[in-house]
Design a protein around this ligand. Sequence first.
Ligand code: SF4
Ligand code: SF4
Length: 132
Amino acid sequence: MPLMLPTILKNLFTGYATRLYPVQVREPFDKARGHISFSEDKCTMCGVCALRCPSVAITVEKKQNKLTFYPFRCIVCEVCVHACPSEAIDLIFKWRPSSYDKPEEVYKSTRLEHLRETTDAAKDALASKEDK
Ligand code: SF4
Ligand code: SF4
C-alpha cells in the first residue's frame, strides 16, 4: 500500500486520462490521415479508384453515373488518391465523425454529365447535317 500511495495521489489530483467524446473532440495530430472526399466536377467515372482500392470501399456504376463510397471500409491508404487520373479525390486532414450506422456516400459526376450532353449535341448536329 505505501508503494502505491504516490500513484493513488497522482491519479486523485490529475484529470481524466480519457475525453468525454463526442463533447470533447481531440484535434487530429499533425499530418494525421483524416478521410477522403470526391470532387463531382472532376470525376469522370472511369472506375480506376474502385479497381485499385484494397478495401472494396468504392463502387462505380458508369452507366448510372454513380460512385458509392463506403467510409467505414476505407483504411485511408491513399491508393485511390494517387491512382485517380483526374485528381478528383482529396485527402482531408480532419477525422470523420463517429456514427452509429455504416453510411454510404453517393456521388454523381457533373463532368460526365457535361461530357454526355456535349457528345449528344455533337451527334444531333452531325445527324441534322447528314439529313440535309
Ligand atoms: S474518382 Fe477518379 S479514379 Fe475514381 S472514378 Fe472518378 S475519375 Fe475515376
Ligand atoms: S483511401 Fe485506400 S481504402 Fe480508402 S477508398 Fe481509397 S484506396 Fe480504398
